[in-house]
Design a protein around this ligand. Structure first.
Ligand code: DGJ
Length: 693
C-alpha cells in the first residue's frame, strides 16, 4: 500500500509518499504537476535501482530519516533516555489530515514517541512552512531533531549558504555538491553575523532572473544546524534544526522552528520574492499595517555615549529639517553608561545626563513632528552594574567566562530575570510616549541554549502584548539577529553596523534574497565612514539608504549646504515613493558588468518600477554594458527616465539618450537588450524610474 499527499500552491507542487505505514518521503518538489498525475505511479517511478555493493532495498530518504531502517546518512532524530541509553525510533503511521495544512502523525509505541510533521502552503506568497514535533510519554534528552527533511535537487552543481561578519553581513558562499556533507552549525547562541540560516540551491545555469532554484530559511534566533548531504547513491538530503544539544533539559515535547521553503522557475528572484512577501505579509505583525515606514534618525554615530540635552535637541532640529520622522535615542541614556564597560541592566534614566528625565527631549522631538524611539539591550549585563552586584546568579554561564564587549548575558530562562526586565522596560514605556525600541544583543552566548532564546521570545511577546503599538528593531552589533523567528516579534532589522554605502550596497543586495525593503533599515552615515574609514559622496550615501527603510545616522552638524540639499531631495523622493516601494518586490538584476550591483524594485501591480544601479568598482571595460531589466510585460511599453541624470560627470562626454530624455521602449527590449546608462565614476548610483504606458 502507498500513502500519498500533495501540496499545490499554483507555483509549485510537493508530493509526499510512503510505503505502507512508514514515514513519507518527498518524492517530488518542483514546478506544478498536472492534477491528473497518478501519485502511486509517481511513487513507484521515483524508486532508484539496486546494484552490487548496495543493500537489497534502498532506505527511504524520509522526512525524518531513521537509523533503524539502515539509512546511511545523517538521521533526522537523535535522542536518549534519561539514563543515557540511546533511543532508536522506528515510526509507524497513526493519522493524517489535510485541511489547508497537511498534518501527519507517526508513533513508535515501544519507545513511547510520537512524531508529527506539518506542511502549510500559501497560494499568495508561495512559501511552504514545515515543522516537526516530537512528543514522548516520559522526559527524554534531545540531541538533534530535524524539521521535515527535503531532498536536494539532482540538477544542481552547487549550493549557496550565507556567512558573514560584523560590518560584513550576508556573504554568499558557494559550495559544490560532492559525496559527504556540507555541515553548518551555529553554536553562538544567537542567529549571528556568521550564520544567517538560509540556503539556496540553484539548478544548473540558474541566475538571479532565470532558471530553477530552491530556497530554505530556518526561522530561529538561537543558532541552527544545516546538513546538505550527498549519499553514496547520489541522493541528496537537506536537514535543518536547532543547533545540536541546545536543549539542556529532558522534556516530553520538542519542536523545531518553522522551516520556510520555496521553489522557483524564475531564477533566484522567484525564491527571494516569495520570502520577501511572506515575511512582510505573513510573519511581521505591523502595529499599523498601512502606515508608511517613517524616516529614521539615529544618534549613535553622532554622539555615542556623550549625551547632552542641548546637543541632542539641536541634532533633532536638523534631522527633522532633513526629513526625519522618528528620532531614536541610542545607547548611553541609562545607569552611568559613559562607555561600554558599565551599567547594562540598570534600566533607569541617568539623572546626570537627564536631570529632568527623558521628557524634555521627547517633548522636543514630538514638537518637531517626530516620534521617539529608545535603545535597550535587555539580555545583557555588565559586571559593573547595580543588578550584577545584587544578582550575580542571574548571569548565564560561568563566573569566569570570557566577556564579549565587556558584558555577560542574563539567563533569560529564569522567570525572575524576565520579570525584572519586563518591569523596568514596561515602566519606561508606560511613563513615556515611545513608539519604538531598538533592541540590541551585542555578544554571543557562552553556549547555545534553546531556553535562552525562548526566554527572549517570551519577554518580547509579553511587552508586545502590553504595548502593541510599539515597534521593535532587532539589532545585534548590526545584523547579528536576523531571522523569521525574531521578525515574528519585531518590525525592522539593523542590517549592519556598516553605514559605508559601498559595503551596504552589497550587503543589501544579498540580504534581499530573504528580506523586503519594509524591514531592512538603512541609514545615511557620516561623510567619513566610522567603521571603514572610507569617504563617500553624499548622493551615493543617500541613494543606497533610499533602497531600503531609510534613515540618517550621522551628525547632521557636519553636513555642508550641498550635502543637506542632496539629502533632503533624496529623502523627499523616498517619501514620495515609499507607499508602493514598501510593498514592491526587490528583483536582483543579472548585471553584465561585475562592477555594477543592480536591482529593480517592481510594484505589485507591475505598473511601475525603480532601478538602482550601483557602481561598486571601476569597470573592466571603458563604458557601461547594457543592464537587462526583468519581470516586465514583454508587450507593454514603458517610459524610463534617469532621474538623477544631472549628476552625470563631466567625463561623460557622449550623448546616450538617457542623459537628456526619457525613453519609451517595450518590455521585450528592456529585458532582452537592456538599458544603456551613461559613464560614471565608481561609488555612484544611477536611479531609473519606469512606468507602464
Ligand atoms: C551596536 C549597534 O549595532 C549600534 O548600532 C549601537 O546601537 C551600539 N550597539 C550601541 O551600543
Amino acid at each position: 500500500m502507498t500513502r500519498t499527499y500533495r501540496i499545490d500552491d499554483g507555483r509549485q507542487t510537493l508530493v509526499l509518499a510512503a510505503r505502507n505505514d512508514r514515514l513519507p518521503e518527498v518524492v517530488y518538489w518542483g514546478a506544478c504537476l498536472p492534477l491528473a498525475e497518478d501519485l502511486d505511479t509517481l511513487h513507484a517511478a521515483h524508486a532508484i535501482d539496486v546494484t552490487g555493493g548496495m543493500l537489497d532495498e534502498n532506505p527511504d530518504l524520509s522526512v525524518c530519516p531513521e537509523a533503524t531502517r539502515s539509512f546511511p546518512g545523517q538521521p533526522g532524530l537523535i535522542l536518549r533516555d534519561t539514563d543515557g541509553t540511546p533511543l532508536l525510533p522506528k515510526f509507524c503511521f497513526t493519522s493524517g489530515s489535510q485541511n489547508g495544512t497537511l498534518v501527519l502523525t507517526y508513533t513508535d509505541a515501544p519507545n513511547g514517541l510520537t512524531l508529527t510533521v506539518t506542511f502549510a502552503s500559501d497560494p499568495d506568497t508561495h512559501v511552504i512552512t514545515c515543522q516537526t514535533t516530537l512528543d514522548a510519554t516520559r522526559p527524554v534528552h534531545l540531541h538533534w531533531l530535524a524539521a521535515p527533511v527535503l531532498p536536494g535537487p539532482q540538477q544542481s552543481d552547487e549550493m549557496i549558504d550565507v556567512s558573514g561578519r560584523w560590518c560584513g553581513e550576508f556573504q554568499l558562499s558557494r559550495t559544490a555538491w560532492a559525496p559527504g556533507m556540507r555541515y553548518r552549525e551555529n553554536r553562538t547562541g544567537r542567529t549571528g553575523h556568521e550564520h544567517f540560516p538560509g540556503l539556496i540551491v540553484p539548478c544548473r545555469g540558474a541566475t538571479n532572473t532565470r532558471g530553477e532554484a530552491y530556497a530554505f530559511h530556518y526561522g530561529w534566533s538561537g543558532g541552527h544546524r544545516m546538513i546538505a548531504e550527498e549519499l553514496q547513491d547520489g541522493r541528496r538530503q537537506i536537514q535543518w534544526g536547532h543547533a545540536a544539544r541546545m536543549e539542556t533539559e529532558a522534556s516530553t515535547q520538542f519542536k523545531t522552528a518553522p522551516l520556510y521553503i520555496a521553489y522557483s522557475d524564475r531564477g533566484l528572484n522567484g525564491c527571494a520574492v516569495a520570502f520577501q512577501r511572506h515575511l512582510r505579509d505573513r510573519i511581521v505583525t505591523w502595529p499599523k499595517p498601512d502606515a508608511p515606514r517613517p524616516v529614521h534618525y539615529n544618534c549613535w554615530e553622532a554622539v555615542y555615549f556623550d549625551h547632552k540635552l542641548p546637543v541632542l535637541k539641536d541634532i533633532a532640529d536638523r534631522a527633522a529639517k532633513l526629513g526625519a520622522e522618528r528620532f531614536v535615542l541610542d545607547d548611553g541614556w541609562f545607569g552611568q553608561r559613559d562607555d561600554d564597560t558599565r551599567s547594562l541592566s540598570d534600566w533607569t534614566v541617568d539623572p546626570r545626563k537627564y536631570p529632568d528625565g527623558l521628557h524634555p527631549l521627547i517633548d522636543h522631538v514630538h514638537g518637531l513632528g517626530m516620534t521617539f524611539g529608545l535603545w535597550f539591550e535587555p539580555e545583557m549585563i555588565n559586571e559593573d552594574s547595580d543588578i550584577h552586584r545584587a544578582h550575580p546568579d542571574w548571569v548565564l554561564g560561568s563566573e569566569d567566562q570570557t566577556l564579549g564587549r565587556q558584558q555577560k548575558a542574563l539567563n533569560m530562562a529564569l522567570p525572575a530575570v524576565r520579570d525584572y526586565l519586563y518591569d523596568r522596560m514596561s515602566a519606561i514605556l508606560r511613563d513615556h510616549d515611545i513608539d519604538y525600541i531598538k533592541w540590541d544583543h551585542n555578544r554571543v552566548l557562552p553556549m547555545p541554549d534553546a531556553a535562552q532564546t525562548r526566554g527572549s521570545y517570551a519577554l518580547i511577546d509579553r511587552l508586545r502584548t502590553e504595548f502593541p503599538q510599539v515597534e521593535i528593531e532587532s539589532c545585534a552589533s548590526g545584523g547579528g539577529r536576523i531571522d523569521f523567528g525574531i521578525l515574528q516579534r519585531t518590525q525592522r532589522v539593523w542590517l549592519s553596523d556598516s553605514n559605508d554605502a559601498l559595503e551596504r550596497l552589497r550587503i543589501q543586495h544579498d540580504a534581499a534574497l530573504f528580506l523586503p525593503l519594509s524591514v531592512t533599515g538603512s541609514h545615511v552615515g557620516p561623510r567619513v565612514c566610522h567603521t571603514s574609514g572610507r569617504t563617500l559622496d553624499i548622493s551615493f550615501r543617500a541613494w543606497v539608504a533610499a533602497q531600503r527603510h531609510m534613515g540618517f545616522e550621522m551628525d547632521p552638524r557636519e553636513l555642508s549646504e550641498h550635502e543637506a540639499t542632496v539629502l533632503s531631495e533624496v529623502t523627499s523622493w523616498w517619501k514620495h515613493h515609499r507607499d508602493w516601494m514598501q510593498r514592491a518586490d526587490i528583483l536582483r538584476l543579472d548585471s553584465a558588468d561585475p562592477a555594477v550591483i543592480a536591482e529593480q524594485q517592481l510594484a505589485r501591480e507591475k505598473d511601475r518600477f525603480v532601478v538602482f544601479a550601483g557602481k561598486a568598482a571601476t569597470s573592466g571595460q571603458i563604458v557601461p554594458r547594457p543592464l537587462r531589466l526583468t519581470e516586465l510585460d514583454p508587450d507593454a511599453t514603458y517610459r524610463v527616465r534617469l532621474i538623477n541624470r544631472d549628476s552625470a560627470s563631466h567625463l561623460s562626454r557622449g550623448t546616450p539618450i538617457l542623459k537628456s530624455d526619457a525613453i519609451k521602449m517595450t518590455g521585450t527590449y528592456l529585458m532582452q537588450h537592456g538599458v544603456t546608462l551613461p559613464w560614471s565614476f565608481p561609488e555612484r548610483m544611477w536611479v531609473l524610474e519606469g512606468e507602464r504606458l
